[in-house]
Design a protein around this ligand. Structure first.
Ligand SMILES: [Zn+2]
Ligand SMILES: [Zn+2]
Length: 233
């Protein structure tokens, strides 16, 4: 039995898992349309010793094992599940930041969401945890959006589902839903600050703010997921 479980009561939901800290450098970010100059080079080096030429700012990097990767090379290192990538190019459309934002928020919350859903599975049933990679949704009302989701399903269908979505017309506002219910709607604070023309926070304060933003989302999602799951079963 893992040590970290010992002090927790059996039925408590798993605590929020903080995403790895962002890393700051001095390179121009390679993300399409991003003007940030605090990128760090992708750590990938191929078998012939050639380094990946890309660099990524805190908004667009993936940190694994204490180093930065681009999305493509993070996938090769298994740092991010296969399903979370867009199409085959690994990068969103040049003129559309919405899928990138959904993936960014989704990557940060995924470890917590997966731990939560896994803790809720009923023993002796066909319950399973599943993920849905980011995809474009075009409803008849024209409010096109990008969704990425985590769910519990069994042979009867979906029992509960958490969705991170960005509607294209409201980008960079992020919606977090449980089932059809909207739980949180927010512009990530570091994006809001940039839009107001303010300078980025110092590293430690920025880190604390990001972590608080994700933890608030997680804490709001927990009771909603539990009550939806209890109603479905
Ligand atoms: Zn960037
Ligand atoms: Zn790379």
């Amino acid at each position: 039995m893992p040590l970290f479980r010992k002090s927790q009561p059996q039925d408590a939901p798993p605590a929020f898992v903080a995403p790895p800290p962002v890393l700051r450098g001095t390179l121009a970010c390679s993300a399409p349309g991003c003007t940030n100059q605090d990128g760090v080079a992708c750590a990938y080096v191929d078998r012939r010793g050639r380094a990946c030429p890309t660099a990524w700012c805190p908004d667009h990097q993936i940190v694994a094992g204490g180093v930065v990767f681009c999305r493509r090379h993070a996938r090769q290192h298994g740092a991010v599940p296969e399903g979370s990538f867009l199409a085959d190019r690994g990068l969103p459309d040049l003129d559309n930041r919405a899928p990138s934002l959904v993936n960014w928020i989704g990557d940060a919350l995924e470890p917590s969401f997966l731990a939560l859903l896994s803790s809720m599975l009923r023993p002796g049933t066909s319950d399973e945890v599943g993920t849905e990679p980011v995809h474009h949704v075009r409803p008849p009302d024209g409010r096109t959006r990008w969704d990425r989701a985590w769910k519990i399903f069994d042979h009867t269908g979906i029992l509960t589902k958490i969705t991170v979505e960005v509607e294209e017309s409201r980008d960079p506002e992020v919606d977090i839903r449980v089932g059809r219910k909207s739980i949180v709607t927010a512009i990530p604070p570091w994006i809001a600050r940039r839009r107001r023309g303010e300078r980025a926070l110092e590293d430690a304060a920025d880190e604390a703010e990001r972590s608080a933003f994700y933890k608030d989302i997680y804490d709001a999602v927990v009771p909603a997921v539990m009550s939806e799951f209890n109603r479905a079963r």
